[in-house]
Design a protein around this ligand. Structure first.
Ligand code: CUK
Ligand code: CUA
Ligand code: CA
Length: 643
């Protein structure tokens, strides 16, 4: 949008003519991405960038975090196809940590140490099972509708895995591969246990599969589209085992859960079950599926299940054909706008909002009416839709404040739209005076996810919205063809949204959450007793041999390792167990062996191990990689591999 085309907030121009994006309009979408067609909807001309600094009239110093000051929020962000999770501070946008999850990481030794490989899984030759991953969505565990600071869950779209990160150490501790699915996309933990009302916390993590695959996927038939299905999966948040799956019609995109724990939902853009994009956008409407969690679990318990392939996970039937009678149905299919993207829960617990993506509308679904549908009191599932406001082109994701307002990213318009949910409901009922769209703000450019501070909890505070944009072009110093993305911080505390900071982020975050800092309690020093193989005293350092298997027991304490040198034989299988005896916060050591491709960190009081074959005779200086002491460079040990 150019500067002289200020958004007409009350009657967004052009929406009437473009009720939805059709195939022809997709061509202009391609134009947006290529940035060649400046007249295409949402094409962002660099010249239209808002004036920076003094010209804006905004007092940026209000948002400054001065040297030595701490941020007020954590932002936990997915890292997209980097396979990692990231932790930022807000409002500063400072990057604190990259947590390796589905990737390999030589800083900490993720995918290199035995402990991390046990979590990732290994191939027969000992290499990690996978070294690629694609993280899209991060959410934390809940108690009583807000974060309990215990876990964070994140998905891997490529290999269909769910990972858990412990919030005390901010490290991944479990990874579970989901059976019989591909393209695991949306995920969300429940916010309380709906079956046992005394349990106020997360016990389930719901996972949606975006790509339908033949079941079983045995290589016998590619064409039979009736055999293609998606599964909606429930994982136990404590054991991280898969509890059950639900067979559905269509596919899963994003996932949301209700505050009472009774409903889980997934929006679906491919109700057509198409294999190609034009098939996937042939229907005028798609759906948002609601799972009646108690009924799904009763069906599992009653043994109304089947299994697929070698998986033992019970699968219940959530297809339309098997769920005709609402009073016994486990799934409700609510029709929503064409090819929706995103489903988000309002913090008052009342509504889910799906964005239209190919329709300029958002769909507001009243959860009490969905529950009434399951009771047979609402006849048509579509009647659970209580509003469908026109908000702009390419709506994707919605965040909420604490005043009943929604903030939706508009990918094609390159804008954030602020709209009022109750006003949209009034307008849907015919009230022509209802002021639905309250404000629009240009962002740079093409936002994907957007989210508000504490907005996924009942403690939504209405302070900040972060827009994770997919294109940055002219916003930062050029760094070659791969641009950073822009995460733009927007102050939403007033009537008008205010863009207050551009943060550059490494490709490609999708989703994030903004969490008040007091909800996070971490530990900075491990408990040495948590590691059964710990070498608790430097005097215990030694080399033990059983046949050609050699174990080296080692400690680190600045500026020395517990053994100055040790000898193994050519051909031995060597395991090094290293405990960091330093107790001082921030005193981390590294351990690298040249030519053996070994590199990992040990934090204070932590133990890690590596196993490798001593297949290259010679002297190898094992050295500390992490600057720890005035004699850091001198902190070495020597491995002699005897020919
Ligand atoms: S998806 Cu990325 S912008 Cu994977 Cu949450 Cu919508
Ligand atoms: Cu220890 Cu550097
Ligand atoms: Ca569709």
């Amino acid at each position: 949008m150019s500067k002289d085309q200020a958004p007409n907030v009350d009657a967004p121009s052009g929406l009437g003519r473009r009720k939805f994006i059709n195939t022809a309009a997709l061509a202009s979408l391609a134009g947006v991405v290529a940035c060649t067609d400046k007249s295409a909807p949402g094409a962002s001309a660099p010249a239209a960038a808002p004036k920076a600094g003094a010209d804006s009239g905004i007092d940026y110093s209000k948002y400054e975090v001065k040297p030595g000051e701490l941020d007020t929020y954590y932002s936990f962000s997915s890292g997209g196809h980097s396979g990692e999770v990231r932790i930022y501070g807000l409002p500063s946008g400072r990057l604190f940590k990259r947590i390796p999850v589905f990737n390999m990481d030589c800083l900490v030794g993720w995918g290199i140490t035995n402990e991390s490989k046990k979590i990732i899984g290994t191939r027969p030759d000992g290499r990690p099972l996978y070294v690629t991953g694609d993280t899209h969505h991060v959410h934390q565990s809940y108690v009583d509708g807000t974060y309990d600071g215990k876990y964070m869950f994140v998905n891997d779209k490529i290999h269909g895995r769910l990972a858990r990160v412990r919030m005390d150490t901010m490290e991944c501790d479990k990874i579970t591969e989901l059976p019989n699915i591909q393209g695991f996309h949306g995920t969300f933990p429940d916010k309380r246990d709906p079956v046992d009302a005394s349990i106020n916390r997360t016990t389930r993590v719901f996972c949606g599969a975006e790509f339908a695959i033949p079941l079983p996927n045995d290589g016998k038939n590619m064409a039979a589209s009736d055999k293609y299905h998606s599964l909606f999966t429930c994982v136990d948040s404590e054991t991280m085992e898969v509890r059950y799956q639900v067979l559905i019609d269509g596919n899963c995109d994003l996932v949301a859960t209700s505050y009472d724990g009774k409903l889980a939902a997934t929006n679906q853009y491919n109700t057509e079950n198409g294999a190609h994009y034009e098939d996937m956008m042939s229907a005028e409407r798609d759906a948002c599926l609601f799972f009646n969690v108690a009924r799904v679990e009763a069906a599992v318990k009653a043994g109304k299940t089947r299994t697929f392939g070698s998986s033992k996970v019970p699968v219940v039937d959530g297809t339309k054909a098997a769920n005709q009678d609402p009073k016994t149905a486990i799934v409700c299919y609510v029709p929503v706008s064409k090819n929706p993207h995103g489903v988000n829960a309002s913090p008052d617990g009342k509504y889910f909002v799906c964005s239209g993506k190919l329709s300029p509308t958002a769909t507001v679904i009243d959860l009490s009416l969905v529950l009434k549908w399951f009771d047979g009191e609402v006849k048509d599932a579509r009647d659970a839709v209580v509003a469908e406001p026109e908000i702009g082109l390419g709506p994707l994701h919605t965040g909420f404040d604490n005043k009943g307002n929604a903030y939706t990213t508009l990918f094609l318009d390159s804008q954030i739209v602020k709209w009022n949910v109750e006003a949209a409901i009034k307008a849907f009922k015919g009230d022509k005076t209802a002021k639905v769209v309250l404000d629009k703000l240009d962002v740079q450019y093409q936002p994907g996810h957007g989210f508000t501070s504490m907005g996924e909890t009942k403690e939504a505070d209405g302070k900040f919205f972060l827009s994770d944009n997919k294109f940055s072009k002219d916003r930062f110093l050029p760094v070659g063809p791969l641009h950073p993305e822009t995460a733009q911080l927007i102050d939403i505390s007033g009537d008008k949204m205010k863009l207050v900071a551009d943060h550059a982020v490494y490709s490609e975050p999708h989703d994030s959450i903004i969490v008040r800092r007091d909800l996070i309690k971490t530990r900075q020093v491990y408990n040495i007793d948590d590691f059964p193989n710990a070498v608790k005293d430097a005097k215990d350092c030694r080399v033990e041999r059983k046949g050609n298997k050699v174990t080296v027991y080692l400690t680190s304490q600045a500026p020395t390792f517990g053994l100055r040198e040790w000898t193994v034989k050519h051909g031995d299988e060597v395991t090094i167990i290293l405990t960091n005896l330093d107790k001082v916060e921030d005193l981390t050591h590294g351990f690298a062996i040249p030519k053996y491709d070994i590199n990992f960190l040990v934090n204070p009081q932590e133990t890690k191990s590596v196993t490798f074959k001593a297949d290259k005779p010679g002297v190898y200086w094992c050295y500390c990689t992490n600057f720890c002491h005035a004699l850091h460079l001198e902190m070495r040990s020597r491995m002699f591999v005897e020919a």
